[in-house]
Design a protein around this ligand. Structure first.
Ligand code: GCB
Length: 633
């Protein structure tokens, strides 16, 4: 109960010092809330003018987009890059314009006790949104949602017609996350007029557009704006500490009810904060560690002004020692993957068939976890993780921070961490925050920079460990003293000593001993792997064949098996599936380090990993009942 009180106290305290104003609850229907999804066909126009500013000069948002010039069909959600046959659209840098017209239900217009909110799940990267020509919101950065109340704007037109215009710009600068740089090539003997390139410092295609659903939802005037839960247990009693913030009412009585899967009330409370006690608690367990993984209660929050919001809640704890990662006080070993939001045609657009297929593949593989390399994934994916017991290391979009540690970058990074924690704090599946991937942490300013980002993240959420992902390419130390878990990426016999499989054992062993010896913290191998072009075979193995990828994995596994008895607490393969990258001499139509192809078919390495993960699950966990007689294994 001490931990509970501490958590409550900290959250209450922090509320005062937040940079962001207000919550970001996932939009859900309830008896008091309606949701209108705007997925489907939108109208699209890329601003191809040399300045990319024609749209603003001519105020395209003031009229229907088709009246401004030629438009095309564009699906939402999806990246726009791979939808057309036009290479200029695929590689476009600058402002693109989207538009969707709809009619809102009459009662949304007439009943002025209804609050109408427009929400964008994510758009890459910098976005401005207008409704009926009026600017309603603006957001910097992709991967995270933003929203605006639009009740007044839509009520100005009594017919309820509503034109949503969005301008999205994928330009990356030294102060965005991820960072990037635009370079103009002014040598007219070598480059055509106006030639420029977007330099990026990360290894995935810079997909752009409206990547996640856009929707309108309603709440009553007085509404539940945010909920924070922290869970704990002692013996058979589960403890759910909560804080609810209500907006739009001076005083609001609150009723909070926790229900089990059958809909039975197991605990209830009144007031904006409190602790719910659950007798005979069913804890949230990871996949393959329990017969019934991913158990979720429903926390129904109701106000006297009749707003109702229901939040899924998994009850579990997370702790880290110098050699272990504990979930519900039991050692947890991450055997999982790194993913990307990436697929044919859709790019980074949210796609349900793909999401469900990927979860089926994770389960087939015996993976109990993944890391959201290299940016926050869709909330819909985290909800799947909660329900299926897939454990998540939740990463910010800070990938490719090389030597950019200025104040503007730092303040933006703090805001992004706040947006991330605000969005994902209540997911049972999220067990650790990752503030960055392979930052150039050997640079002197990195010490202050990462100390600040990690401290801020811990202040925001004192209940989860924090890490960043290190690379052995860099002299290591600057940020590591501040992390709770050391996460390392390395590619022995690939980027170093290419072709020499025999170096893996010794080099990996040295690496681990150095890190653990110095910091006495548990280690996760957060990336390792090799490219394999599917269908290419050579034996004895050579690089880029399926055989080579298999042996790299097997050699790494030998060292993992020694070290997991000591302080290695996880292994995450790079990568779950092949993915698109910028074109370059080391990439054969994208990065081929997937154990599945981009179309989600297994390479030889997938079977190696599957055999291993199920064996690890048998040793370390408790398989669910249905897997005792797995017909497909
Ligand atoms: C890394 C990066 C990842 C790359 C991978 C590779 O260290 O974190 O983004 O895709 O290596 O394949 O080079």
């Amino acid at each position: 109960a001490n931990i509970v009180l501490r958590a409550l106290w900290l959250f209450a305290l922090l509320d005062a010092g937040l940079l962001l104003d207000g919550g970001m609850l996932y939009p859900r229907e309830s008896s008091s809330r309606e949701v209108k999804e705007l997925s489907g066909l939108w109208v699209f126009r890329a601003d191809r003018s040399p300045s990319r500013k024609q749209g603003f000069d001519e105020a395209w948002y003031k009229q229907r987009l088709e009246e401004t010039g030629p438009v095309i069909d564009m699906p939402v959600p999806a990246s726009y890059n791979d939808i057309t046959q036009d290479p200029a659209i695929r590689d476009f840098i600058g402002w693109v314009w989207y538009e969707r017209e709809l009619v809102v239900p009459t009662h949304w217009i007439r009943d002025d006790t209804i609050r109408v909110v427009l929400r964008v799940g994510s758009a890459h990267y910098n976005s401005i949104v207008w409704v009926n020509g009026v600017s309603v919101t603006q957001h910097e950065g992709g991967h995270l949602p933003f929203e605006a109340e639009v009740s007044d704007v839509i009520r100005k037109d009594p017919t309820g017609s509503c034109r949503i215009t969005t301008a999205v710009n994928n330009t990356l600068t030294l102060e965005t996350l991820p960072p990037g740089n635009i370079q103009y090539m002014n040598d007219r003997t070598r480059y055509p007029d106006g030639f420029f390139v977007q330099s990026i410092y990360f290894d995935f295609f810079n997909y752009a557009g409206i990547h996640r659903p856009v929707l309108l939802y309603t709440t009553p005037k007085a509404y539940v704006d945010d909920i924070t839960v922290v869970t704990n247990f002692s013996d058979n009693t589960g403890l759910v500490s909560y804080i609810v913030s209500v907006k739009g009412a001076v005083t609001a009585a609150l009723k909070v009810t926790l229900m089990d899967k059958q809909g039975h009330c197991v605990a209830s409370s009144n007031g904006p904060f409190g602790v719910l006690k659950v007798q005979d608690v069913k804890l949230w367990w990871p996949y393959l560690t329990h017969e019934n993984p991913g158990y979720l209660y429903s926390m129904e929050v109701g106000t006297t002004y009749e707003d109702v919001y229901t939040l899924p809640v998994g009850i579990r704890t997370v702790n880290v020692t110098s050699t272990q990662f504990l979930i519900n006080n039991k050692p947890f070993y991450f055997h999982g993957v790194n993913k990307h939001e990436d697929s044919d045609i859709r790019g980074k657009g949210l796609d349900w068939p793909l999401i469900v297929k990927d979860f089926n593949l994770l389960k087939w593989l015996g993976a109990n976890s993944f890391r959201t390399s290299h940016y926050p994934y869709a909330e819909e994916i985290l909800q799947m993780c909660d329900r299926h017991g897939i454990v998540v290391i939740d990463e910010s979009p800070a990938v490719g921070i090389k030597d950019i540690f200025g104040n503007a970058s730092l303040s933006h990074h703090l805001i992004v961490m706040e947006e991330l924690v605000r969005r994902d704090k209540n997911h049972a599946s999220v067990v650790m925050w990752s503030v960055a991937n392979e930052p150039a942490s050997e640079m002197p300013p990195a010490d202050y920079y990462f100390k600040t980002v990690i401290k801020h993240t811990k202040d925001l959420d004192p209940t989860r460990p924090v890490t960043f992902i290190s690379s052995s390419n860099f002299a290591r130390d600057k940020g590591v003293p501040y992390v709770d878990v050391i996460c390392i990426n390395n590619y022995f016999s690939w980027y170093h000593d290419p072709g020499h499989l025999e170096v893996i054992l010794i080099q990996l062993n040295t690496e681990y001993e150095n890190w653990h010896g110095k910091y006495k913290k548990p280690i996760i191998q957060s990336e390792y792997g090799a490219d394999a072009v599917p269908g290419v075979h050579v034996d004895p193995p050579v690089m880029f064949t399926e055989e080579y990828q298999k042996i790299v994995l097997q050699n790494y596994h030998k060292v993992f098996d020694q070290k997991r008895a000591q302080y290695l607490i996880g292994e995450l393969i790079w990568n779950f599936a092949d993915f698109m990258t910028t074109q370059g001499v080391t990439r054969v139509v994208g990065n081929k380090k997937g154990i599945f192809t981009r179309q989600r078919q297994p390479k030889a390495a997938a079977f190696v990993l599957k055999e291993r993960y199920w064996r690890l699950a048998n040793e370390t966990g408790r398989l669910p009942l249905w897997t005792k007689y797995p017909c497909s294994l």
